[in-house]
Design a protein around this ligand. Structure first.
Ligand SMILES: Nc1nc2c(ncn2[C@@H]2O[C@H](COP(=O)(O)OP(=O)(O)OP(=O)(O)O)[C@@H](O)[C@H]2O)c(=O)[nH]1
Ligand SMILES: [Mg+2]
Length: 329
């Protein structure tokens, strides 16, 4: 990404990534074109945006006239984040959904069990995260709707069967299937600096049946084929404590902080925290609480790690996990 893009542009870009229809994408691209600073350093990006805008206009038409029956699934975002489970056949995707949420997907010891995506809500301490299970991907099997699922996700979980000698190759195939569609499973989320059509999406490699003695060799083999150093978690889903560790690993990978709020003169609300990205400010929190509040905000008082004892802070103050914040407008 060229340097010095204003925060409003970056927010629009995030909205663009999460948009569900061509019409929405078109509207956001128009806004991005207005927001982008016009100078030499952004000329390439401006041109890319204009090309995308033209393509998206065409897509609006195609979406309108698309024959019925093409598979389209929409799962409205719920909870603090949306996480997509993907992988080769029999990798343990459905088992992860079944063990971490109340959803009841079919889990079986043979491949190609899952035919349709299924969501569920994972509880972690006092927040919830939406997990979505999906059908397996192979060289010859790839549901097109998965591209948008992955591109708009906050995190991708790539499931790897720790006991299978086929897992490295099967997993490399999944990574390649997305790469062919300009979607790069990666260590962080963001559009490619040199090519706006390419998007990197943060991915956590989850090794199921992870206590098998051959796991390390299989992971080394994957790394030979795909050098990306994904964060990796090994889990044996039969063990309660390891399931809990997986919940925590998923929440940590999302890079979120939890914030409690209180209205002036009222008691604190510790029931359901707001979440914002690590590094987020008082202004970001205000925007989450209410659209207008971010604009009207004068100052905040904070009790917690980023400031103690109700200290007054400005809108740019960076908050920390579990801070209690009183917003003043
Ligand atoms: N013991 C144990 N079994 C596991 C673990 N993870 C997955 N399994 C088993 O592995 C088999 C396949 O798991 P599924 O969750 O159905 O795999 P999937 O990736 O959804 O498979 P498809 O839907 O065919 O793509 C099932 O028998 C699971 O119970 C684990 O950590 N420990
Ligand atoms: Mg499955």
């Amino acid at each position: 990404m060229p340097a010095n893009l204003p925060p409003q542009y970056q927010k629009a870009e995030e909205e663009y990534r999460k948009a569900q229809t061509a019409a929405e994408r078109f509207e956001i691209l128009e806004r991005m074109l207005v927001l982008i600073p016009k100078h030499k350093g952004t000329e390439k990006l401006q041109a890319d945006l204009k090309t995308k805008l033209k393509e998206t206009k065409g897509d609006i038409q195609t979406e309108k006239t698309a024959p019925k029956g093409g598979k389209v699934y929409r799962f409205p975002r719920q909870g603090a984040a949306q996480v997509i489970l993907i992988g080769g056949p029999n990798g343990g995707k459905s088992r992860i959904l079944k063990d971490l949420t109340k959803a009841e997907p079919e889990v079986a010891d043979y491949p190609f069990t899952t035919r349709e995506p299924m969501p569920g809500m994972m509880a972690f301490e006092d927040v919830t995260v939406q997990l979505i299970d999906t059908p397996p991907i192979t060289d010859s099997l790839f549901e097109p709707y998965l591209v948008n699922f992955v591109r708009s996700a906050d995190l991708v979980i790539l499931a790897f069967d720790g006991t299978s000698d086929d897992a490295p190759e099967a997993t490399a195939t999944v990574i390649d299937q997305f790469r062919q569609r300009a979607t790069i499973l990666s260590t962080a989320t963001g559009f490619d600096e040199d090519d706006f059509s390419k998007l990197c999406v943060k991915t956590l490699l989850v090794v199921t049946r992870g206590s098998d003695s051959g796991v390390q060799d299989r992971l080394d083999f994957l790394r030979e084929m795909v050098p990306t150093l994904f964060a990796t978690v090994k889990v044996d889903l039969d063990k309660t404590d390891e399931r809990d560790q997986l919940r925590k690993a998923i929440f940590d990978a999302l890079g979120l902080i939890r914030l409690y709020t209180k209205a002036p003169g009222k008691p604190a609300d510790y029931t359901s925290p707001y979440t914002i990205p690590v590094g987020g400010t008082v202004e970001d929190l205000a925007g989450k609480v209410h659209r207008d509040l971010a604009e009207k905000l004068k100052f905040a008082k904070v009790w917690g790690t980023s400031a103690a004892d109700g200290q007054s802070v400005g809108r740019d103050h960076v908050l920390a996990d579990k801070d209690l914040v009183e917003l003043h407008s």
